[in-house]
Design a protein around this ligand. Sequence first.
Ligand code: ZN
Length: 138
Amino acid sequence: MIKRIEHLGIAVESIEESLPIFETLFSASCYKQEVVESEGVRTAFIQIGESKIELLEAISLDSPIAKYLEKNRGGFHHIAFEVDNLEDELDRLRNEGFTLIHQSPKDGADNKRIAFLHPKSTKGILIELCQEKKSDTD
Ligand code: ZN
């Protein structure tokens, strides 16, 4: 089940340059910066009420963010929805005919397991599904 919008992903040329602008805009501080090597991105998260903004900067030329910025100026990149069971949602959407970029969950930033849907099956919108990783103490 899809529960809520978890965050919006925004592609930026430089977190160093963009983060202070967004921190001032939202009057909130970044609570986490993290590199996700497998996606070729550096991320920075800002909490705004119950929602989050994720800034994404490319750390390599073959990063999806580098490719995005070749075609677009920085800006809206993806919308992430929190789900209660990522495997179940991926199965459901695969059966509904959606194309998945990740066939099974992978590790993402901010203590999440994630998977992306291919924008060709959503009329161009890049959608991330995410689920909080269970801590060992749960
Ligand atoms: Zn994201």
